[in-house]
Design a protein around this ligand. Structure first.
Ligand code: GH3
Ligand code: MG
Ligand code: MG
Ligand code: MG
Ligand code: MG
Length: 318
C-alpha cells in the first residue's frame, strides 16, 4: 500500500536550494516497447544528464509513475503491449491529488495519427512528440516540462511547509495525521501523537527579543527532526507548539522518544549573539484508540500537555 511520504520530505525542492540549473539527478521515465527506440531515447537523455528510468511496457510504466517518489517527467510511447500510453496517462491523472507531486507526461505518437493525438491530450498528456522524433525538439519540450515541474514543486513545498521552521504546516500535518489514523484503523497497528510546547517562551521573547525567539523556534525544529525516526511526522501546530505523530508506536514508545528529545533540548542551549540561551519544552502524549476522531486524539494530547505544564514544565506526560 502506498504511503503518503510527500510532505515528509525534509528538504526544500532543489530549485530553492543550491541545485539550480542543469538536470543533474533529474529523473525521467522512458516507456517504450521497441528496443532500439528505447535505447536511442535512453542514450540521448543520459547524454543530456538525465537519470533515466526505463519501462518496456505500459503496466511497468504505471507502476513507476505511481511510486511515492515518482520521476517528475515521462516520455511515453503510444503503442505498447498491455497498457497503451494514453491509458497510462489517464491512470496517472486519476491518482493525482492535492499535495501530490505532478508528473509532466509527454506522449510519443506516430505522424499522421491526429485522432490519437487528441485522445492522448484529452487523457491528460501535457505534450506530444511525433515519431521519428527530432532529438533537439524533444529536448526543448522536456525543458519546458521541467519548468512546469519545478514551479509545481516550489508551490507544493510552500503550500505544505511552515516557512520559519521548515516543518510541515498545520494543514498538511493534520492531513497526514488523518491518513495515519485511517491506516491504524485498517491495520490495527498503534499510532501515538505528542503535543510539544516550549516553556515560558514569552519570557524568551521579552528578554532577548522576537528574533532570538525565532531562532529558538528554528533550533527546536532542528532538534525535533534530528530525534525522530524517518517515518515519524512533525509539524508546527501553532506559534511555539509542535505536533509529533508516531506511526506504529504505543504511548509508551512515543513518550520514550519525547523524553530523549526533551533531554536534548534542555541539554543544548542555543548560542545566540554571544549569549547562551537555554530553553525547555513540555510534552503531552496520547495513543489513538482506533475509534475516536483526530480532534479527540489531539485534545487528549493537549490535556496531557496541560498536566505537564501544571506539574512544573520540562517533562513528558502520557
Ligand atoms: P508556557 O510555558 O505556559 O507555554 O508559557 P509560554 O510563555 O510559552 O506561553 P504563552 O502562550 O503565554 O506564550 C507563547 C508565546 O509565543 C507568545 C507569542 O508571542 C510567542 N510566539 C508565537 N509565535 C511566535 C513566533 O513565530 N516567533 C516568536 N519569536 N514568538 C512567537
Ligand atoms: Mg510502441
Ligand atoms: Mg509555551
Ligand atoms: Mg501557553
Ligand atoms: Mg503555547
Amino acid at each position: 500500500q502506498a504511503r503518503a511520504f510527500e510532505g515528509r520530505k525534509r528538504t526544500p525542492p532543489a530549485t530553492e536550494g543550491g541545485q539550480t540549473g542543469g538536470q543533474e539527478g533529474m529523473r525521467i521515465l522512458v516507456a517504450e516497447d521497441n528496443r532500439s527506440s528505447r535505447m536511442m531515447l535512453t542514450g540521448f537523455l543520459q547524454q543530456k544528464g538525465y537519470e533515466v528510468e526505463v519501462a518496456e511496457d505500459g503496466r511497468r510504466a504505471l507502476d513507476l509513475l505511481l511510486q511515492d517518489d515518482p520521476p517528475r517527467l515521462a516520455v511515453l510511447d503510444w503503442m505498447m503491449p498491455g497498457l497503451e500510453g494514453p491509458e497510462v496517462v489517464r491512470w496517472v491523472r486519476r491518482a493525482n491529488q492535492r499535495d501530490k507531486h505532478y508528473t509532466y507526461l509527454i506522449l510519443l505518437t506516430v505522424r499522421g495519427a491526429r485522432e490519437h493525438l487528441l485522445q492522448g491530450l484529452e487523457a491528460g498528456a501535457d505534450d506530444y512528440v511525433i515519431k521519428p522524433f527530432d532529438p533537439e525538439e524533444l529536448e526543448m519540450r522536456i525543458a519546458s516540462g521541467r519548468r512546469v515541474v519545478e514551479l509545481h514543486e516550489q508551490l507544493l513545498y510552500a503550500a505544505t511547509h511552515d516557512p520559519l521552521s521548515g516543518l510541515l504546516n498545520r494543514r498538511a500535518l493534520l492531513e497526514q495525521e488523518e491518513a495515519e489514523l485511517t491506516r491504524s484503523r485498517r491495520t490495527g497497528e498503534p499510532v501515538s501523537v505528542a503535543m510539544m510546547d516550549l516553556d515560558r517562551f514569552k519570557a524568551i521573547n521579552d528578554r532577548y527579543g522576537h528574533l532570538a525567539g525565532d531562532e529558538v523556534l528554528r533550533e527546536a525544529a532542528r532538534l525535533i527532526q534530528c530525534n525522530l525516526r524517518e517515518y515519524d511526522l512533525c509539524g508546527r501546530y501553532g506559534g511555539e507548539e509542535f505536533l509529533l505523530v508516531f506511526p506504529g508506536a504505543s504511548a509508551f514508545e512515543a513518550a520514550q522518544v519525547c523524553e530523549r528529545l526533551r533531554f536534548r533540548i534542555a541539554d543544548a542551549p542555543l548560542e545566540y549573539q554571544g549569549q547562551s540561551l537555554a530553553f525547555t519544552a513540555s510534552f503531552g502524549v496520547a495513543e489513538y484508540d482506533r475509534i475516536g476522531s483526530l480532534d479527540a486524539l489531539n485534545a487528549a494530547a493537549d490535556e496531557a500537555l496541560y498536566r505537564a505544564k501544571e506539574a512544573g514544565r520540562d517533562r513528558v506526560v502520557w
